[in-house]
Design a protein around this ligand. Structure first.
Ligand SMILES: Cc1cc2nc3c(=O)[nH]c(=O)nc-3n(C[C@H](O)[C@H](O)[C@H](O)COP(=O)(O)OP(=O)(O)OC[C@H]3O[C@@H](n4cnc5c(N)ncnc54)[C@H](O)[C@@H]3O)c2cc1C
Length: 499
């Protein structure tokens, strides 16, 4: 397993294909300090003996101990540990761990590449390609990001109906050595900090949409790949440093007729498995969310509780009610993920068939519980922000800049006029309000709020997954029996007849 510094050294050696603020920049550019800190923690925690059980796993390929972020889930226990690892790290880095997307993608690819080979009866070797790629990924303790979301053009049209077919990434050429791909993946978290970019399709595909059914992995600085990046960090502190500085990068990852050799291709033309792969990545990612969102809610409730204490209102009834609601959402989200792990199995839901075995034995969390947990707790995020704004009052949005606070000419005055709870030092008060400002009214806070809604798919996608897989007819039958309804009494209605 690598140490944080070794990972950063690796990033420094990569080709400069990262565009930021009109320039090409290094991957360890100062503006990306937040994600470097955050992903760095995924290496640091794996070295701590007290966290070894959740942070590391034994590779099913090499039998060696690896960072759990590189692991393919072999059991329900692995799913539980991934959820707990995610929660632990989020508690410590103050939010998103930023390394789970790669993990979720490689687990999804392990399944779809295997099934595609099975259908192709030996004509393809996607799964072998994947295993060879994975062996190196695990031994070198690499960081992956997942490039799933296409730019998608006209939302009402399928990939094959777009005026420009490149609006969903596609294969434009195939030859004996590999494939050539063109397109752009958008919103890709930590793409500049990833050693490898894992590409999977965005959506279900028609049998005629083979060109868009493609999955592969390439190093982040691969020839023909450009990363156009936004970097958002919590506000840097000069005078009153934070305990941990978080941040994120999101990128448009543009593939300009990039050549991908066959040994890096995990799917190419199998439309049905392309669709399953898209759903599986989203499913694994929603399962990861059942680890991170409870931690984010914990941090939010801790912040609300401190704000209430510093304002001297912690015993007020409405404060306790609001905290209770936050606890409820956090722990229900965790419980949904726990149940999804407990009911996990190497199987997926196929429309018209129900649950069917899928993949080489990789454990897949239960879909209903992943989706209800993600949807419920993701939609709660803006409500949690509202609670924090309510209990904090206006000061997080108007507090003087730290340079003014540190100016000896006015420090005394600012301290005098900012006193609230007499038991709390003014210095600690202003540090809390700055921290609340990072969450409520900073660029970074804004990005995190949108991520809470859309990361892993918009809420409607979760609702579609829930309603298409939940057996509502069985529930109707339950009620008919209780109400004494007998369908035989209903008049026969001819098909297509108008009332
Ligand atoms: C901060 C952040 C980080 C992210 N990180 C990653 C990442 O690492 N990797 C990755 O692959 N993706 C990532 N995403 C992308 C995320 O999965 C998408 O934002 C999400 O799937 C929504 O897609 P979209 O942004 O294109 O919005 P749209 O799909 O345009 O959705 C906008 C609205 O339109 C609705 N809509 C769209 N199409 C239709 C339709 N045909 N019919 C009816 N309604 C429709 C949606 O339901 C939604 O309400 C990230 C997103 C954010 C915000």
């Amino acid at each position: 397993m690598r140490a944080k510094q070794q990972w950063i050294e690796g990033l420094r050696k990569m080709r400069r294909n990262v565009y930021l603020h009109g320039d090409k920049v290094d991957r360890d550019d100062e503006s990306m300090i937040g994600p470097l800190n955050t992903i760095g923690a995924t290496f640091d925690f794996a070295q701590m003996p007290e966290h070894a059980e959740v942070m590391t796993a034994i590779s099913h390929l090499s039998g060696e101990r690896i960072n759990r972020f590189c692991h393919v889930h072999q059991s329900r226990e692995d799913l539980h540990k991934k959820q707990d690892m995610t929660r632990l790290l989020c508690q410590n880095v103050g939010g998103c761990t930023q390394r789970c997307m790669g993990t979720d993608a490689l687990n999804a690819i392990s399944c779809a590449s295997y099934e595609a080979d099975k259908d192709n009866k030996g004509a393809t070797q996607y799964y072998q390609n994947f295993l060879q790629w994975l062996d190196r990924f695990q031994r070198q303790d690499l960081v992956g990001c997942c490039a799933q979301t296409d730019v998608k053009g006209d939302r009402t049209k399928r990939p094959s109906q777009q005026d420009d077919p490149d609006l969903y990434l596609r294969v434009v050429e195939k030859n004996k050595d590999g494939i050539v791909v063109r397109g752009c993946k958008i919103h890709i978290t930590v793409a500049p900090q990833a050693d490898e970019i894992l590409v999977v399709p965005t959506r279900a595909l028609l049998p005629t949409e083979k060109d868009w059914a493609v999955s592969f992995a390439v190093p982040g600085d691969w020839e023909g790949v450009k990363l156009v990046v936004r970097a958002t960090n919590q506000r840097p502190r000069q005078h009153y440093p934070k305990g941990f500085l978080q941040g994120t990068t999101e990128a448009m990852v543009i593939f300009e007729d990039a050549f991908i050799p066959w040994e890096r291709v995990f799917l190419c033309g199998e439309a049905q498995h392309g669709g399953v792969l898209a759903l599986l990545f989203a499913l694994y990612h929603r399962h990861s969310y059942s680890g991170c969102k409870p931690a984010v809610s914990e941090l939010m409730m801790g912040t609300v509780a401190l704000a209430a204490e510093y304002n001297g209102v912690e015993r007020e009834r409405h404060v306790r009610d609001k905290l209770a609601h936050m606890i409820l959402v956090a722990e229900l989200g965790y419980a949904a993920g726990f149940t999804a792990s407990e009911k996990g199995a190497p199987q997926v839901f196929m429309p018209g068939q129900g649950l069917v075995p899928y993949g080489p034995g990789t454990y897949i969390p239960d879909s209903i519980y992943c989706n209800v947990g993600r949807c419920l707790s993701g939609e709660a995020y803006y409500h949690e922000l509202e609670t924090l704004a309510d209990i904090s009052g206006g000061v997080p949005s108007t507090i003087p800049y730290e340079e003014d606070w540190a100016n000896p000419e006015i420090t005394g005055l600012l301290e005098k006029y900012s006193r609230r709870n007499p038991g709390v030092a003014p210095d600690n008060q202003q540090r809390l309000w700055r921290h609340v400002g990072d969450i409520l009214c900073s660029a970074y806070g804004g990005v995190m709020a949108v991520a809470a809604v859309h990361g892993g798919g918009s809420p409607i996608m979760e609702k579609i997954a829930i309603t298409s897989q939940y057996d509502i007819n069985r529930r109707k039958e339950m009620v008919k029996r209780l109400a004494g309804i007998d369908d035989a009494r209903n008049p026969a209605v001819a098909k297509g007849a108008k009332k």
